[in-house]
Design a protein around this ligand. Structure first.
Ligand code: NAD
Length: 238
């Protein structure tokens, strides 16, 4: 199960896991043409796939969607908390709305879905939860106090739940991408994007597929003794 997987990194994760044979349930805010195209692409790989319209920041909706996914798919082995937004601005010019929206969509959504999925994983005595943090959640970034705080919160949520759930056979990890070429970063001015590339020792943006490969590792038994970790995917930027 993946939140916000209609496009971008979430979509790449969905396709990467589907190619390895995982059935994929995913959410996005509305089922538009892009989201339905992703669903069709996933089905074309031969796995069971279904898109659900849900605002990941809504606690009650998360419970309902997870129940629906359990009915449709039987169980949930892997949860990827991917849904996220940016509402950038320097702190003194940041509105309460910008702050609340980012904390709600990025951080509360991860709580909502982890909370809803964990009882299913506990009964199965196994599971892997992976959340999308960010290098800015570790290092901070001017103009992104809300976003950086939400991603630091994701890391603290992940580390705490890893400690709570380890005895139940559930692993919990996060990935911290750096500058990845997606619609989210295409929205940044060209000079900001150029300055990122200058600061990256590998001298290029990462791709959504490069993030997906690390998520695949954390989702699979290849990482069976890895829990409570943040893996940076940032071309040595951090
Ligand atoms: P994106 O904007 O391309 O895709 C985000 C997806 O989440 C979209 O499909 C969007 O509709 C969906 N979404 C937004 N709000 C939602 C909500 N309330 N409920 C459900 N779905 C919602 O972004 P992306 O670059 O693919 O980012 C994916 C994740 O990776 C985010 O958590 C982001 O913070 C994180 N990340 C991205 C980068 C980067 O450089 N692109 C770097 C670090 C971390």
């Amino acid at each position: 199960m993946i939140t916000g997987a209609g496009r971008g990194i979430g979509r790449a994760i969905a396709l990467c896991l589907a190619k390895e044979g995982c059935n994929i349930a995913f959410t996005d805010i509305v089922l538009n043409d892009q989201v339905l195209a992703t669903e069709a692409e996933l089905k074309a790989t031969g796995v069971q796939a279904k898109a659900y319209a849900a605002d990941a920041s809504n606690f009650d909706e998360a419970q309902t969607i997870v129940e629906q996914v359990k009915t449709d798919f039987g169980t949930i082995d892997i949860l990827v908390n991917n849904a996220g937004i940016t509402r950038d601005g320097l702190l003194l010019r940041m509105s309460e709305q910008q702050w609340d929206d980012v904390i709600r969509v990025n951080l509360k959504s991860a709580f909502n879905y982890t909370h809803a999925v964990v009882p299913i994983m506990m009964r199965a005595r196994k599971g892997s939860i992976i959340s999308l943090a960010s290098v800015v959640g570790i290092a901070g970034n001017p103009g992104q106090a809300n976003y950086a705080a939400s991603k630091a919160g994701i890391i603290a949520l992940m580390k705490s739940t890893a400690k709570e759930l380890g005895a139940r056979g559930i692993r919990v990890n996060a990935v911290a991408p750096g500058y990845i070429d997606t619609d989210m970063t295409q929205a940044l001015p060209q000079e900001v994007r150029d300055s990122f590339v200058q600061r990256i020792p590998l001298h290029r943006a990462g791709t959504a597929d490069e993030v997906a490969q690390v998520v695949l590792f954390l989702a699979s038994d290849m990482s069976s003794y890895v829990s409570g970790q943040v893996i940076a995917i940032d071309g040595a930027m951090g």
